[in-house]
Design a protein around this ligand. Structure first.
Ligand code: UTP
Length: 235
């Protein structure tokens, strides 16, 4: 498929603290999707679980040992968020798939029928970053965009290290040295890129773009193949 894009949207993006910011973000994102559809582009949006996923997992953490069961709760949160976005786009007449697919194969099929497909998680053991990478590989997207709530990949976790440096270009191997490769995160845990997604990108030979999804203009630039503020990760 040509002109096809896949974006992982971190769940935290859907819930800025202030209601005004929320409305503004949803509005700008919707405008961007309408614009892309108008240009005949195909878009797969893979939405993270954010607050509802974490809230659900926290309710029973310590009472459930099996991490896959906690992952299932997380997946339910991702699908709630995906449904919010899917309905928002459907309400303005976007050609968005009427269902939220539960597998990458189903999403790939729906992307052939519709301009826009919105989905959440699929199965336990990884996050929506991994789903997005697998979907991007399945539809031959040029890269997988990971829109999150930090501006760049940093040399170290900036939440714990004041000397963490932002990186603008790097290789997947270099990213893997920071995040780890192929080791699942704890249910509901957050990382700039899921190590399982790094492994999937390596396997597919797929480039990644990590950027701050709160700034919709940066997402638009990356989708247009323009230079963008963020981190470009070459396979
Ligand atoms: P995500 O980690 O993808 O959502 O899923 P998030 O927290 O919004 O992502 P970021 O960190 O902001 O980018 C939340 C949880 O749902 C489960 C995992 O437990 C994950 O931590 N999940 C999600 C799965 O088990 N499988 C999936 O395919 C997706």
């Amino acid at each position: 498929m040509s002109g096809v894009h896949v974006v992982a949207l971190g769940g935290s993006l859907l819930r800025p603290e202030e209601a005004k910011q929320r409305t503004q973000w949803f509005g700008l994102l919707r405008q961007l999707v309408v614009h892309l559809e108008g240009n005949g582009r195909r878009l797969g949006l893979v939405v993270g679980g954010g607050l509802p996923a974490r809230e659900g997992i926290d309710l029973v953490k310590g009472m459930i040992d099996d991490r896959h069961r906690l992952d299932h709760i997380g997946i339910a949160g991702t699908r709630l968020n995906a449904t919010v976005l899917q309905q928002l786009l459907q309400a303005v007449g976007c050609d968005v798939a009427p269902e939220v697919p539960t597998s990458v194969e189903q999403a790939r099929y729906l992307m052939e029928q519709h301009h826009v497909v919105v989905m959440g998680g699929t199965v336990p053991g990884h996050t929506t970053d991994t789903v997005a990478v697998k979907l991007a590989a399945a539809v031959d997207a040029r890269h997988c965009i990971i829109a999150t709530n930090v501006a760049h990949v940093h040399s170290k976790d900036p939440r714990h290290h004041d000397d963490a440096e932002p990186i603008s270009t790097m290789t997947l191997d270099e990213l893997g040295a920071i995040t780890g490769v192929g080791v699942p995160l704890e249910p509901g845990a957050s990382a700039v890129v899921d190590p399982m997604a790094v492994a999937a990108a390596m396997e597919a030979g797929l480039d990644l773009a990590v950027l701050d999804g709160r700034e919709v203009a940066r997402l638009e630039a990356a989708l247009d193949g323009q230079p963008f503020e963020g981190t470009l990760i070459r396979a």
